[in-house]
Design a protein around this ligand. Structure first.
Ligand SMILES: NC(=O)c1ccc[n+]([C@@H]2O[C@H](COP(=O)([O-])OP(=O)(O)OC[C@H]3O[C@@H](n4cnc5c(N)ncnc54)[C@H](OP(=O)(O)O)[C@@H]3O)[C@@H](O)[C@H]2O)c1
Length: 270
């Protein structure tokens, strides 16, 4: 799928670097087939040394050399970066953007007509290969383009395909979700400390419990409600804990968090 294609990464920061790491670790292409462009020379040196990829300070050079261009700069730099690429990107290239809140239309207007664009929304666990990325195809992108993009983002975690208008809800759930999970880890650990555990012990118990529960769900076919029922014996400890959560409306609070973050994402993009 990606064999023989050069990948140009524009913006070699945290996300760009994580994607390069994933692409090479999964041997999607060899290091010689990756070229990364950034304004930060030290960043480029580091990426060149760590991964053996080609580097350049010239975004246009990376775009011209590549068949697949990954735009991994901050949203506020996108207009400037796209302005510098006009004329260098035509319909022979696939453009994949990870910039939060930047619509496909915004990118398309600044590149050649008919250019193939896929917009994605990854999240921070991509930095350790445990990301969750939603991908949306622009009007020019083909099924094969989406397959290509899925290959790339599967190298840093899991993927789903959505419609572009659903990316605000993705932002509200998996984009902002790591922060919700960190609060849950912290709060569970506070509960453990309150009940006499050391902070270190409580934190590892909380984090590994969330990770273990998530993995158990992902590894099988069971609904989370079924998995919850399996550990909830009559008159036992877990149902007493669940009763406390239901009294304090944890479910409603989480739903409201996703709704609030989605609406905020819509407002920022609009
Ligand atoms: N981090 C996440 O969890 C996450 C999740 C979802 C989506 N995203 C998206 O991923 C994108 C990158 O985020 P990040 O956290 O990886 O940011 P980052 O670490 O700041 O990386 C961006 C890189 O682009 C460089 N850059 C700035 N202007 C440039 C230009 N004109 N040409 C070429 N390179 C330029 C930056 O250099 P300087 O540092 O010198 O400015 C930096 O090295 C953002 O659009 C963000 O919305 C990130």
């Amino acid at each position: 799928m990606l064999k023989g294609k050069r990948i140009g990464v524009i913006g070699g920061g945290k996300m760009g670097g994580a994607l390069i790491g994933g692409i090479l670790a999964h041997r999607l292409v060899p290091a010689e087939a990756v070229i990364v462009a950034d304004v930060d020379k030290r960043q480029l040196e580091e990426l060149g040394k760590t991964h053996g990829v080609a580097t350049t300070g010239d975004n246009r050079q990376a775009a011209e050399a590549a068949r697949i261009i990954i735009l991994a700069v901050k949203p506020q730099n996108m207009a400037e970066v796209l302005g510098g690429l006009s004329g260098a990107v035509d319909e022979s290239k696939l453009v994949i953007s990870i910039a939060a809140g930047i619509p496909i239309r915004f990118i398309a207007e600044r590149l050649a007509p008919g250019v193939r664009i896929i917009r994605t929304m990854p999240n921070t666990p991509a930095l350790i290969g445990e990301g969750m990325t939603a991908l949306a195809a622009g009007p020019g992108a083909t099924g094969e383009d989406m397959e290509t993009a899925l290959h790339i983002f599967n190298a840093v975690g899991k993927t789903v395909v959505v419609k572009e208008e659903q990316l605000d809800a993705v932002t509200g759930l998996s984009g902002s979700g790591p922060a919700y999970a960190f609060i849950m880890i912290e709060a569970l650990a506070d509960g453990g400390v309150h009940m006499g555990l050391s902070r270190d012990t409580a934190l590892i118990l909380a984090a590994q419990t969330l990770q273990g529960a998530a993995r158990l769900f992902l590894s099988g076919e069971r609904h989370p409600g079924q998995l919850k029922d399996m550990v909830t014996s009559p008159g036992g400890t877990t149902i007493a804990g669940i009763r406390a959560l239901e009294d304090r409306k944890l479910r409603g609070a989480l739903m409201a968090a996703v709704e609030a973050a989605t609406l905020r994402s819509q407002a920022l993009g609009g």
